[in-house]
Design a protein around this ligand. Structure first.
Ligand code: GDP
Length: 444
């Protein structure tokens, strides 16, 4: 399957780095070569691979190995992060640009699955309750128009066409006018592809683009294209300034390299992937998911995340302690305190505290409900109220607003104010104790 070699190479890289010591330029040399080889085998273009490997090296040298994590796992984590980054991570699936109607221009070479993708996209939009119009402008191949009409019939989406005797730019323009007249939410303009990048095709695309001013210009790329994908994406992006790509035939035995090139060479995201011939076979593209599919190393990464969470817990506890010492305790702390108690097995913890061991299960359940209600109220507060509780404690108007926004009774809000003030007083007491303890400790 796709990227088989990469996960095998990474396993090898892991063995080479081992579980002790730190990541150094020296011990990463061979593992990085493994990564490089695997990416080239996956058909990623050479410049993209070079930049990627360099980034992994820099990042790996720059990061401290996380406590509780062995260097080999750290290395895999860096590779994973960089992969996600390369494919445009950080933000969720890139959806289509807004517009009324949304106008989506499809571009791409012949045979890549452009017409199929147009149909798939129409069905995708239809499923999210958007009405659609498909526009057929490939006047060079009557079969292409027929194909789109057939697809439209199959998914019950109207297709606008004017045969093969009208200029494609004119068809596109009138198609969009028709879409506006019909009041549909989206119009998808299919265009003619060529076997290779050529100036006629780009010229026509440019003309259609300036005539209809699409919200999206999507380049359809066949995942099988391999190394050539990088040049192709660059050529189209330079010529018509695409907004994103659809990568098709990801279900086939492509080596997947194209997925890594699109963003790198164009700065534009892959928005969807085609995973079959059926109209339903279109998925939004999620870089994180793709990266984990490529790596096939879920276990290793889970290990890393566990260590990370453990450290975060420690840090949270320390932060809380620091705030205690500063005698700061606002609604955020109130909520965090509850949240961390919840993480550690919820209010069951209370049972272990002196004085609380007689608490019944029912009482515990009720306490938990109570805190949930407090959380809803605190979530309805604005930042000032949360960090400077006096503001809301003193203002009936603010309390009323928060009650309304959280859907809780005003009495419930008052109850929270009391609970907060009491807890703060207790925290103040704890803080004094802590300070005394520290002062005592320093004298030893
Ligand atoms: P166009 O010339 O770019 O419009 O390409 P078509 O839409 O006619 O598709 C060319 C061929 O690729 C057809 O046989 C499609 O069924 C097939 N195809 C398109 N998308 C996919 C896909 O995601 N997976 C697979 N397996 N086949 C696809």
């Amino acid at each position: 399957a796709m990227f088989d070699n990469l996960s095998r190479s990474l396993e090898k890289a892991q063995r080479l780095i081992g579980k002790t010591g730190t990541l150094t330029a020296e011990n990463m040399k061979e593992p990085l070569k493994e990564v490089r080889r695997a990416l080239l085998e996956a058909d990623v273009s050479l410049p993209v691979v070079r930049r990627f490997v360099k980034k992994v090296e820099d990042r790996a040298l720059g990061t401290k190995v996380l406590e509780g994590v062995t260097p080999d796992v750290q290395f895999i984590k860096v590779v994973s992060n960089e992969l996600i980054d390369l494919m445009g991570g950080g933000v969720g699936a890139k959806d289509l640009e807004p517009g009324f109607p949304q106008i989506i221009l499809m571009a791409g070479l012949q045979g890549v699955g452009k017409t199929t993708a147009a149909g798939k996209l129409a069905l995708y939009l239809k499923k999210s309750k958007k009405s659609c119009l498909l526009v057929a402008t490939d006047v060079y191949r009557p079969a292409a128009i027929d194909q789109l009409v057939k697809l439209g019939t199959a998914i019950d989406v109207p297709v606008f066409e004017l045969g093969t005797q009208v200029d494609p730019v004119e068809i596109a323009k009138r198609g969009v006018e028709e879409a506006k007249r019909l009041g549909v939410d989206a119009v998808i303009v299919d265009t003619a592809g060529r076997l290779q990048v050529d100036e006629d095709m780009m010229g026509e695309l440019r003309s259609i683009k300036s005539a209809v001013r699409p919200s999206d210009t999507l380049l359809v790329v066949d995942a099988m294209t391999g190394q050539e994908a990088a040049n192709l994406v660059k050529a189209f992006n330079d010529a018509v300034d695409i907004t994103g790509a659809i990568l098709t035939k990801m279900d086939g035995d492509s080596r997947g390299g194209a997925a890594l090139s699109v963003r790198e060479v164009s700065g534009k995201p892959i928005k969807f992937v085609g995973v079959g011939e059926k109209m339903e076979a279109l998925e939004p593209f999620y870089p994180e998911r793709m990266a984990s599919r490529i790596l096939g190393m879920g276990d290793v990464l889970t290990l890393y995340e566990k260590a990370e969470q453990a450290i975060k817990k420690d840090e949270d506890a320390k932060k809380m302690m620091d705030r205690l010492l500063e005698e700061k305790f606002d609604f955020n702390d109130f909520l965090n305190q509850w949240k961390s108690m919840n993480n550690m097995g919820g209010l069951q913890m209370l049972k272990m505290m002196p004085g609380f061991n007689k608490v019944s299960e029912k009482a515990l359940y009720e306490a938990e409900k109570q805190f949930e209600s407090y959380a809803a109220i605190i979530n309805a507060m604005d930042e000032e109220e949360r960090t400077n509780p006096e503001v809301i404690i003193k203002s009936m108007a603010r309390r009323r607003r928060v009650a309304q926004e959280s859907g809780k009774a005003e009495a419930e809000v008052s109850k929270l104010m009391t609970a907060y003030t009491q807890l703060r007083a207790q925290v103040g007491g704890m803080s004094k104790l802590l300070k005394l303890q520290r002062a005592g400790g320093n004298q030893e």
